[in-house]
Design a protein around this ligand. Structure first.
Ligand code: ATR
Length: 276
């Protein structure tokens, strides 16, 4: 890779950010498509200042991650239809200083789920009420799945449940839902806190499908326990790569090299590049 005066800059903004493999994935994609572009990780608590920097320095595109997916919305110039409906943004395109928000989490999750499960007439419990939960809840409702929301902060959980027109369940009471599909969207269990698990084991039943959107580690404690209980488990890798592929398409107008992106993430996880 040659970095020169024409190199275009992209990045991911979140807090914390050092666990993120978005730089590894997107730089592999740029290299595979022979693009003069580079992608960096920006750890920031201040969304507004981050976006000012993006405008001021002409950073071409930004991924947005925890905890900013909803908070970034008021600072954007425009939202595409899907991200406006969802109320959360995970991708920004900088069109000559005009920042446009998109949500590729929804499509990434749908592709990852549909690959492994027939979603028709399924009952789904989503754990969490942040940006990722909003995107997944929205897309599953669109698909005709019966959705419930559980969340640590009751007010926030109820607000999302209201938006989606679905029931809210306190985290301590998720046992009563008995879902076919459980989707975990919080950072609980993510590196470096991989011993944490937000779901009590007795909620998990044989035959249940359990998806954790965390990809680092690939098998979270939740997925390990679920697998031992005879659940079908889906880790966060496919969703991560598919949401990234859609970002790549938005930023470059090109089809994403999905195999190269997947390989780069798997290699980085194997080599412990996430451990800094
Ligand atoms: P994003 O918008 O990027 O998804 P977020 O808005 O910070 O990020 O949402 C993260 C989700 O994980 C929220 O549902 C949050 O719960 P609260 O609404 O109670 O904050 C949840 N979450 C984060 N850390 C958690 C923890 N330690 N235990 C339980 N839930 C947690």
């Amino acid at each position: 890779m040659i970095i020169d005066q024409y190199t275009r800059l992209y990045g991911v903004m979140g807090y914390p950010i050092r666990h993120s493999l978005s730089p590894v994935m997107h730089n592999a994609a740029f290299l595979e498509r022979d693009l003069n572009a580079v992608y960096l990780a920006f750890e920031s608590k201040d969304v507004e200042a981050g976006l000012q920097g993006m405008r001021g320095l002409g950073i071409k595109g930004m991924s947005i991650t925890i905890p900013h997916k909803s908070g970034v919305v008021p600072f954007l110039d425009e939202l595409d239809g899907l991200s406006e409906n969802i109320g959360a943004v995970n991708t920004i395109v900088n069109n000559d200083g005009r920042l446009v928000g998109y949500n590729t989490d929804a499509m990434g999750a749908l592709i990852a789920l549909k690959d492994k499960v027939d979603l028709l007439n399924k009952r789904c419990l989503i754990i969490g009420a942040g940006g990722a939960a909003r995107a997944i809840g929205f897309v599953l409702k669109e698909y005709g799945v019966e959705v419930s929301i559980a969340n640590r902060t009751i007010g926030r959980g109820k607000a999302l449940a209201n938006t989606l027109g679905c029931p809210f369940v306190p985290l301590k009471e998720i046992g009563v839902v008995d879902p076919d599909l459980l989707v975990q969207t919080t950072p609980v269990g993510m590196h470096p806190d991989h011993n944490q698990c937000i779901v009590s084991p007795d909620v998990l039943k044989q035959g249940m499908v359990v998806m954790d959107i965390i990809y680092n580690p690939l098998e979270t404690r939740l997925l390990r326990v679920a697998r031992a209980k005879g659940c079908l488990t889906i880790n966060g890798l496919d969703m991560f790569v598919h949401q990234g592929a859609e970002q790549f398409r938005l930023w470059t107008g090109l089809d994403a090299p999905i195999d190269a992106m997947t390989l780069a993430v798997k290699n980085a996880l194997g080599k412990g590049h996430d451990r800094d």
